[in-house]
Design a protein around this ligand. Structure first.
Ligand code: 2IT
Length: 449
């Protein structure tokens, strides 16, 4: 491998030894783009890679809120403005107990290349908190969001940094965050956040976009393998917004999701999670306090397997991990290969450990990377920003069509980039290279800083 790339990876491993997710993503991306560095010796002269692994800014702040009993609670909030070379910082906020600096940095780093891949002018960022939304009342969520925004509002803006949702942050949280931003700033700058409600500037199809985009990308993968979506069965981990979008679009296009999972176990619904009734049930479940997917099995009379993951089931064609990072390890990968699965599309950010990816690919599974497959979410966020700046609203059909074209373009760009570097059909290297090239060029043209 390229010596400069090796040197920078070693430097990150040493300097950020305690940030394992961040180290993992840097190693994955930089290993992929090594052939680009071979061809561009000027990148080493500009020390481009070491500059890329340092966020341009990284805020850490205190978030204090009182619960319904009047007890004072203190959490940590973060916003990592990773790379603004190609546009205002853009990326989600994650509220989850296990969130830490490593997770925020890995997500911000990934976001930089993903956002570049969309072809739209958005830089990379991520933020969040170690706040645990589980079991919190509406009032508690609101007070937490207000406090979070009070700390953050002076560092973001429609042309500065535009947060959105991620795990634990949906339409409700974005509403409270925006309300507080507007309250503090006294301006209707709704381009400061995406994933908003339709009544105050949200975009049609944004809630569905990540899942819809993943299915459009899958269509391209299948086409390239002389295959189609018709009659395909899909196993999806998770049951959030993203999984819901996958289920909806798969059903529209003649495929079906037959497995989904939650933290308590998994559901097998051989009929497919396709009807409006089932899809709406999942939405309601997500918003309920119990969040136990067992109730789906009870309501629709299908199988629920408690405390188990479905990796290894062989009565599906496609696996789409869509829950969280590193949810599939080497042992799971072995089961997936044994089950004879041909297509494995990552949807959640970095759902697969490095060893598991290698194992899947070495055993003939076609693996597509999350930064391409899930890019439709942030892509439609950029379309929401465009609508906000024009003060108009596009139709659902228009947004959906643009999303489809965007995903086809991301797929094509990835395939072409890998081919240009003689790497064959490699969707992972292709996505990393295509995403990297634009950011690298913008940084080079903007001078050294
Ligand atoms: O991981 C992601 O791309 C997101 N959570 C969405 C980010 C966004 O700004 O819409």
């Amino acid at each position: 491998m390229n010596r400069y790339v090796e040197e920078v990876i070693a430097y990150v491993k040493d300097k950020y030894a305690d940030q394992k997710e961040f180290v993992q993503t840097v190693e994955e991306v930089f290993t992929s783009i090594a052939p680009v560095i071979d061809r561009h010796p000027e990148y080493e002269k500009a020390d481009l890679l070491k500059r890329m692994v340092e966020p341009e800014r990284f805020f850490r702040f205190r978030v204090v809120w009182s619960d319904d009993e009047g007890k004072i609670n203190t959490n940590v909030g973060w916003r990592c403005q990773f790379n603004g070379a190609i546009g205002p910082y853009k990326g989600g906020l994650r509220f989850k107990k296990n969130v830490n600096e490593s997770i925020i940095k890995f997500l911000g780093f990934e976001q930089t290349f993903k956002n570049s891949l969309t072809g739209l002018p958005i830089g990379g960022a991520k933020g969040g908190s170690d706040f645990d939304p589980a079991g919190k009342s509406d009032g508690e969520i609101m007070r937490f969001c207000q406090s979070f925004m009070s700390a953050l509002y002076r560092y973001i803006g429609p042309d500065i940094d535009v947060p959105a949702g991620d795990i634990g942050v949906g339409g409700r949280e974005i509403g409270y965050l925006y309300g507080q931003y507007r309250h503090l700033k006294g301006t209707f700058e709704n381009g400061v956040l995406t994933g908003k409600g339709l009544s105050y500037g949200g975009s049609l199809i944004r809630p569905e976009a990540t899942g819809y985009g993943a299915i459009y990308y899958l269509e391209e993968v299948l086409k390239a393998n002389n295959d189609t979506l018709e009659g395909k069965k899909i196993a999806v981990s998770g049951y959030g917004n993203v999984s819901w979008g996958i289920m909806k679009k798969a059903a529209q296009l003649g495929a079906k999701v037959t497995y989904m999972s939650g933290s308590q176990g998994y559901i097998h619904d051989e009929e497919g999670i396709c009807s409006d009734e089932k899809l709406n049930f999942i939405l309601a479940l997500r918003e309920s306090n119990s969040k136990n997917i067992k109730s789906y099995a009870e309501k629709f009379g299908c199988e629920f397997v408690e405390n188990a993951k479905f990796w290894g089931v062989d009565d599906v064609d496609i696996y789409m991990p869509a829950a969280t990072q590193n949810e599939v390890d080497l042992e799971d990968a072995r089961k997936i290969v044994k089950a004879g699965i041909k297509y494995y599309l990552e949807v959640s950010n970095m759902p697969t450990t490095a060893e598991a990816i290698d194992y899947l690919r070495n055993n003939g599974v076609i693996v597509a990377p999350s930064k391409a497959v899930n890019a439709g979410g942030v892509g439609v966020s950029a379309l929401e920003m465009a609508q906000n700046s024009q003060r108009l609203i596009w139709t659902a059909a228009e947004v959906d069509e643009r999303l489809k074209v965007m995903m086809q373009d991301i797929y094509r760009k990835s395939v072409d980039a890998a081919a240009r570097y003689g790497l064959g059909y490699d969707l992972i290297a292709g996505a990393n290279i295509a995403g990297f090239e634009k950011v690298a060029q913008a940084m080079m043209e903007q001078g050294i800083f």
